[in-house]
Design a protein. Structure first.
Length: 730
């Protein structure tokens, strides 16, 4: 710092009271010019973190939201502009107030009004997720040199959860008869945040065989939308669900499987985790303590990890992370893995999430790109295979998970000694192409998922609104990894992941068991007869698909929604895929489905994730839609007459097909990109079941080794992927 911070000026915000997430309001930021003044051509910028979906400012529509104005008391004019890449990651986006036609003296003021309502605008929408201190970071360039200095004590406001919109009931996925367990309840707002506003009574309705110690729970505003009921008991084996109601909301628990015995591997307990996320130490928001507290107290995770980008982690930051992990980790209650994200460029390794068993793991960055202290440059490891060689030589217990975020992991660098699983879903999207790429290389890997949460909500990462292409936004729910283990410890979870005894979901606690005799998902076995798979699914919403794959080939589509009788015809159109594997992967689907020679009676949406996605217009001849996919599935189900011909039109693909020709077998229309396609098939008018059990018998025993795995899709778009059973012909 070449200037005295006290000479730079000061900034204040009004009002500075807590802000409800996603709410509309107006704020006045007043900057008082410091000792040097501000020259003609000088400016102040008000930067925000990359991870924020606060509404973008606009300057020329005074009746619309997001209208921002500027005034000054000095003898000059001030011009407002917005630049999404004005400053340095993670503070790139900035509002720029440039002085011209004069200059400002010490004591003059610049006042910026965010969401100016004086001409009739409704205000400006705040970001949709909580943050204990959302900072309006004010920097000043008094001389117009392009060199900015931080103004001391930039103003900040707390953002809190909003009003109740959903009621969640969370229970263990696997329990034993007469063994008490905890039932968790959570009230969230329309953006998925625990509701700081909720106070009231929630009543509970058990199903047969469930004994509750109380029939209701009382929430107070101090509880921040979460509560726990201890001592719940299930007395009879089977799949059970517990319902709750309150404040006009209803919720149902995830499926709870009560097993008479959990000694056999096919009935192991299930633990739920989100291993991947980061905080304000790197590009995310919040502190490490806030992050880990949320994962345990609000998201009800069994295990988690911290995974900041390595090139931003300072020595002090790494010490903070390790200390927080030590304090929050508790075997048997909440397991936390220390680690970080090795974040080199894709040609030299790409993104790998590193999880350690030890409490004091080393930090080997890919580079010091945003770390000014170069005293430990010799500790960098680049490319990533140099890190693998060292870890293996030192016999270090390291779990390295390939990840897709902005960059993606380069599977050419995968080392099976350290990478038993690959990440198929995160807050960034769904990456089934990673499965195909891994199988093409002959890797034996299981499947996991996480969030890569940046919003301090591990385990409860809802999509954010898209602000601009250059700012971080997240299209889908963050994922979960379900682990089969009877040992609720860091060691037990670590070993289960290395055995591939796990499966991935898109963030729903779907119950999924796949076994071949006494072997479960993840096992590698040798057989002399065609394999027989036993599949059990307990869904959190009606099922749409249960599919069995051998490698990348779909070999069985279970009839969960196969029409059984003639009558009204329902046609299911699902689109998915990504544009590219790297940054900018999102695909925008804006188009229409029209008919000729018939008519559309009704249309229903499937799996649209964002508030702005959905059906935009409907008539008896046309359905217009808008959605985005990042590998995930979106779509519609049409109730349409048999004599119609459907025409699908969007920029990526156009096709037509007679409704009478659409059957249970899918018609697939390629749409470019990576796995970009539209699938059309007939479906039942009845909703899919919540429970589904099936035995699949392969028709022949194939030479060599083949991965057999199961893919589950629900009507709400949530998905699950079982780790494969690797079956070799004897």
């Amino acid at each position: 710092m070449a200037v005295n911070p006290g000479d730079l000026g000061s900034a204040a915000l009004s009002p500075n009271t807590p802000v409800t997430a996603g709410s509309m309001s107006s704020w006045r930021l007043t900057f008082t010019v410091g000792k040097h003044g501000i020259d003609d051509g000088g400016s102040i910028i008000v930067a925000r973190r990359d991870v924020s979906d606060w509404e973008l400012p606009q300057f020329d529509r005074p009746l619309e939201s997001g209208y921002v104005t500027v005034e000054t008391t000095g003898s000059a004019n001030v011009r407002l502009t917005y630049d999404s890449e004005r400053y340095i990651r993670p503070w790139r986006a900035a509002l720029v107030a440039t002085v011209y036609d004069g200059s400002l003296a010490c004591g003059d003021q610049i006042t910026i009004t965010y969401g100016d309502t004086r001409q009739g605008a409704p205000g400006m929408r705040a970001q949709t997720f909580p943050e204990s201190a959302f900072t309006f970071r004010v920097l000043v360039d008094a001389f117009g040199t392009g060199w900015y200095y931080d103004v001391p004590n930039s103003p900040a406001v707390a953002i809190i959860g909003g009003y109740p919109n959903e009621l969640h009931v969370v229970a263990p996925s696997c329990v034993q008869p007469d063994h008490p367990f905890s039932l968790k309840l959570r009230v969230v707002d329309s953006w998925g945040n625990p509701s700081h506003q909720f106070a009231g009574i929630v009543s509970l309705s058990p199903c047969e065989g469930v004994c509750l110690p109380a029939e209701s729970l009382t929430f107070t505003s101090e509880m921040n939308g979460v509560a726990t009921l201890e001592g719940v008991v299930i007395t009879t084996p089977g799949v059970h669900r517990i319902e709750a109601a309150g404040a006009g909301l209803r919720g149902q628990s995830n499926p709870i499987q009560c097993l008479a015995s959990t000694h056999e591997s096919s009935s192991s307990p299930i633990l739920w985790g989100d291993l991947h996320g980061q905080t304000g130490i790197t590009i995310g928001t919040g502190t490490v303590d806030e992050y880990l507290t949320f994962g345990r107290r609000a998201a009800f995770l069994d295990f988690t990890g911290w995974q900041g980008n390595d090139f931003q982690i300072t020595k002090d930051g790494w010490a903070q992370v390790k200390e927080a992990v030590r304090r929050h980790h508790e075997d048997g209650a909440f397991v936390v893995f220390p680690g970080y994200e090795w974040s080199g460029l894709t040609p030299h390794g790409g993104d790998y999430n590193l999880h350690f068993l030890e409490d004091e793991p080393p930090l080997h960055r890919s580079s010091h790109w945003e770390v000014e202290d170069g005293s430990d440059l010799e500790s960098d490891r680049y490319p990533i295979d140099t890190l693998w060689q060292e870890a293996v030589a030192q016999k270090r217990e390291l779990l390295a998970v390939p990840h897709v975020g902005g960059r993606h992991a380069n599977l050419d660098f995968l080392d099976e000694r350290l990478s038993p699983v690959i990440e198929v879903h995160s807050h960034h999207g769904t990456f089934e192409w990673m499965i195909a790429d891994a199988f093409a290389r002959g890797y034996r890997v299981g499947f996991c998922a996480g969030s890569d949460d940046h919003t301090c909500r591990p385990g409860l990462s809802y999509p954010t609104l898209q602000a601009s292409r250059s700012l971080a936004s997240f299209d889908v729910y963050g994922g979960y990894t379900a682990v089969f283990t009877s040992e609720f410890t860091r060691r037990g979870i670590f070993d289960a992941l290395f055995r591939r005894h796990c499966y991935a979901t898109t963030g729903a606690r779907i119950l999924l068991r796949v076994s071949a005799g006494s072997h479960i998902m993840g096992d590698a076995i040798t057989v002399s007869e065609p394999p027989r798979l036993q599949i059990t699914v307990g869904a959190t919403a009606p099922l749409l698909e249960v599919e069995v794959y051998r490698g990348t080939e779909l070999i069985h589509r279970a009839p969960v929604r196969r029409p059984q009788t003639s009558g009204q015809r329902r046609v299911q159109l699902l689109w998915s895929g990504v544009r590219v594997r790297s940054r900018g992967k999102r695909v925008t689907w804006k188009g229409s489905i029209t008919t000729s020679g018939g008519h559309i009676r009704a249309a229903y949406t499937v799996a649209f994730d964002r508030p702005q996605d959905g059906i935009t217009r409907i008539s008896n001849q046309q359905v217009d839609f808008f959605s985005t996919t990042s590998g995930d599935i979106d779509g519609v189900i049409l109730d349409v007459s048999d004599d119609a011909t459907l025409r699908f039109h969007c920029p990526h693909v156009q096709f037509e097909t007679p409704v009478a020709s659409i059957g249970w077998e899918r018609q697939v229309f390629a749409a470019g990109g990576v796995n970009q396609r539209v699938e059309v098939s007939q479906t039942s008018a009845q909703p899919g079941p919540l429970e589904f059990d099936v035995e699949f018998i392969e028709n022949e025993l194939h030479d060599g080794t083949h991965p057999y795995w199961v893919r589950v899709v629900q009507e709400d778009g949530h998905m699950a992927w079982s780790s494969p059973i690797y079956i070799t012909k004897a």
